[in-house]
Write a protein that binds this ligand. Structure first.
Ligand code: COS
Length: 388
């Protein structure tokens, strides 16, 4: 078992860290307070190859693989989680099209995502009444001439108002349940596509979260991604990979908060000694560091499994469940260590607590991850493969 990173993985990590420290972290507070979308930063990230870390080089990506992607996400989220989430969805959409699109779709959409020409990508699966249960979606796509007409409303769409490339899931055969769902590639600004309300969120305030309405949006047959009726399976596969990105994001936020808490505890003197020397504080930080390490190992393991073409869905679900739940606790500990100062916007830990909260919700709630894990346990047991 080799836990060492390759030179290429270290280089991606270094690039993302340097960018996050120089360009993201110093502005994270202002971005949070003004809810500023990171337009310029996304273009700079594209130039660094970070909008398509695991996308093949011939499509404009870095071709550096899933472990490198996970490491990059950790670094970017440590700098500013609002930027990291837009980056993560763009990577996810680019990778999905690169992997499952036909040659025309790959050439048309992926270089626009990796170069920043499309600004970013969006993943339009959820609806007001279909979140954890996407098979219940009601957006419909009907045959229209040589193509399709899309009608319906999508909700909670990260970067939905900014994205140049949007994957939209719609029902093409309402009688067929999940087998009647198809994925379509829609360009931002398409006729009939309107941006509705932008959510006023607790955290990730520098990212946008939009409602999108499709009012008879016409697309050609070449917009169908992965075959008619193949959309649900495609969404599940994309979400398996997306969960590695969200686990990485949670780890990045938690790492930033923990580092701040360790620094503070080393400087803050009470009862005549730096508070880190008080066992109550030291123990909290020791627990937090241990959880963070375990989260990182689990997440990189899921990434390595995906990268090597092995089944990784359950490992990704476990990583997301553990990393996001522990990240919430770590950020809370970091705030507690800061005492009253931690509760003010003068210190970054309050923002970390707000930013990290959603990682337990999006791309599958903790409850959904437990369903995925439990089903996998059952399948393994039935197949006589209880151990790894
Ligand atoms: N990879 C590939 N295919 C998958 C899959 C996966 N990870 N998970 C399920 N499928 C396939 C199944 O094999 C099945 O295909 P067949 O009918 O051909 O056998 C089909 O998808 C339906 O599977 P299942 O019956 O398990 O679907 P459920 O409706 O019970 O849903 C969960 C399963 C809970 C895993 C799914 O609904 C889910 O992930 N929900 C959360 C969605 C989410 O993350 N929402 C947030 C949106 S993005 S912010």
């Amino acid at each position: 078992m080799d836990l060492a990173l390759t030179e290429e993985q270290r280089a991606v990590q270094r690039t993302a860290r340097e960018f996050a420290e120089r360009r993201l972290a110093p502005h994270a507070r202002a971005r949070d307070q003004a809810s500023t979308f990171p337009l310029d930063e996304l273009l700079e990230l594209a130039n660094l190859g970070l909008l398509g870390v695991a996308v093949p080089e011939e499509l404009g990506g870095a071709g550096a693989g899933v472990v490198a992607y996970s490491l990059a996400m950790m670094e970017l989220a440590r700098g500013d989680a609002s930027v990291a989430v837009a980056v993560s969805v763009t990577n996810m959409v680019g990778e999905l099209i690169a992997r499952l699109g036909d040659e025309g779709q790959r050439q048309r959409h992926v270089p626009r995502l990796t170069s920043g020409a499309a600004v970013c990508g969006a993943f339009a699966l959820s609806e007001p009444q279909a979140g954890s249960d996407p098979a219940g979606l009601t957006t419909k796509a009907e045959r229209s001439g040589a193509g399709w007409r899309l009608t319906g409303t999508k909700q909670w769409i990260t970067s939905g108002d900014r994205a140049g490339v949007i994957v939209v899931w719609a029902m093409t055969d309402p009688g067929a349940g999940h087998k009647g769902i198809t994925a379509f590639l829609v360009e931002g600004g398409a006729r009939g596509l309107t941006v509705g309300r932008l959510e006023d969120k607790m955290g990730l305030r520098g990212s946008s979260t939009a409602q999108l309405t499709f009012d008879g949006v016409e697309v050609g047959e070449d917009a169908v991604l992965g075959g008619v009726g193949g959309g649900f399976r495609l969404a599940m596969m994309a979400l398996d990979g997306g969960r590695i990105g969200i686990a990485s994001q949670a780890i990045g936020v938690a790492r930033g908060a923990l580092e701040a808490a360790i620094r503070y505890a080393g400087e803050r003197v009470q009862f005549g000694v730096p508070i880190i020397k008080h066992q109550a504080i030291g123990n909290m930080l020791a627990d937090a560091a241990t959880w963070l390490d375990a989260s990182t190992l689990m997440t990189l393991r899921a990434a390595a499994l995906k990268e090597s073409g092995q089944p990784f869905g359950d490992a990704a679900a476990m990583a997301k469940l553990f990393a996001t739940e522990k990240a919430g606790l770590i950020c809370d500990i970091a705030l507690q260590v800061h005492g009253g100062y931690g509760y003010t916007t003068d210190f970054p830990v309050e923002r970390a607590c707000r930013d990290v909260r959603v990682t337990r919700i999006y791309e599958g709630t903790s409850e959904i991850q437990r369903i995925v894990i439990a089903r996998s346990l059952l399948a393994r047991s039935a197949a006589g493969r209880d151990g790894r």
